[in-house]
Ligand binder design. Structure first.
Ligand code: MG
Length: 311
């Protein structure tokens, strides 16, 4: 099976750069710039702009480069990663339910976990949102993109605000809380879609799968057996559903921080550094109950109490 396309010099240069990590050692045929092995497909790019894709799946690999299509292939589809070995070939173009969480390392604010389903036919739409690397997006961008995800894609968010978080934290450690939140959010989304349409689940990894499942079991929860769950760090690079989940979690976190700041009468800072201790100390002095604003088990609590006593 083979697919041949013809690219502009500009696109050709992009393609060559893109597949450089998968360059094969064999010598190049006359007139060729690159030969690469990618997902079982041999890609040969010629100076003329002609690109040959050979092997089963050649059409799929060639598809994003077809003239008239998006400028770049899918986020993650072609990124090299040390963890992608555990994912099946072509996973980035599957219909996947992904999940991610934010706030675990921040003293103030909630632990927010989101799950989003991105069907194969929605991948192009998600790609044009430009969310490949959610970490670099500004709050303003999150506030612009997040609502679009909500409006279009099946999703669910578990937002553990501090009051609730502190209650649960008496019984469960943070990793267990994350596992329970991911599992719950994923199940909620599965209930909203046709499960047969979901080819796989991708969880942005925060614990070994065995640990994840052990915590569910200890809490009396059942995991998801179908479709198959995959775990990988940097999940957003491997499927856009995780990137979308990350955006959605950040949107809800931002909104929660705004509400909590209003209730506290001061802007609550992010993170868990010194500045956080000072603001927490202020709240203690003003007799604002920290349990409704912060994750009490953090060491920041003791530091803030000491600061508050000093006046
Ligand atoms: Mg994550």
């Amino acid at each position: 099976m083979q697919t041949v396309i013809k690219l502009s010099p500009n696109q050709l240069a992009k393609l060559v750069t893109h597949y450089q990590p998968w360059q094969s050692g064999s010598s190049l045929p006359p007139g060729a710039l690159l030969r690469a092995q990618y997902q079982g497909v041999t890609i040969t790019a010629y100076k003329s702009g002609k690109v040959l894709f050979q092997g089963s799946g050649s059409q799929q690999v060639a598809q994003p480069w077809q003239p008239g299509d998006a400028d770049q292939p899918a986020a993650g589809t072609h990124k090299k990663s040390t963890t992608s070995g555990s994912l099946p070939a072509g996973f980035a173009s599957w219909s996947v339910l992904g999940s991610d969480e934010v706030g675990a390392g921040a003293y103030f604010g909630p632990l927010t976990t989101a799950a989003v389903f991105v069907a194969h036919q929605d991948l192009d739409w998600v790609r044009q949102l430009g969310i490949m690397d959610s970490k670099v997006l500004s709050d303003q961008q999150i506030q612009k993109i997040g609502p679009q995800i909500i409006a279009r894609l099946p999703h669910h968010v578990v937002n553990l605000m501090p009051t609730k978080y502190n209650q649960l934290q008496q019984q469960y450690n943070v990793v267990a809380l994350k596992a329970l939140s991911h599992n719950f959010a994923l199940k909620q989304v599965l209930a909203k879609v046709n499960p047969a349409e979901v080819q796989g689940i991708l969880i942005d990894q925060f614990a070994a799968p065995t640990t994840f499942n052990r915590y569910l079991k200890q809490a009396g929860q059942t995991g998801i057996s179908q479709p198959k769950e995959y775990f990988t760090t940097k999940g957003e690079r491997h499927h856009l559903s995780v990137a979308a989940a990350s955006i959605l979690a950040r949107l809800v976190e931002l909104d929660s921080m705004k509400k909590l700041s209003e209730a506290a009468g001061t802007k609550l800072p992010i993170g868990a550094g010194k500045h956080v201790d000072e603001v927490a100390a202020q709240l203690i002095r003003r007799q604002v109950p920290l349990k409704d604003f912060a994750k009490l088990h953090f060491a920041n609590t003791q530091k803030a109490e000491k600061l508050a006593q000093r006046q």
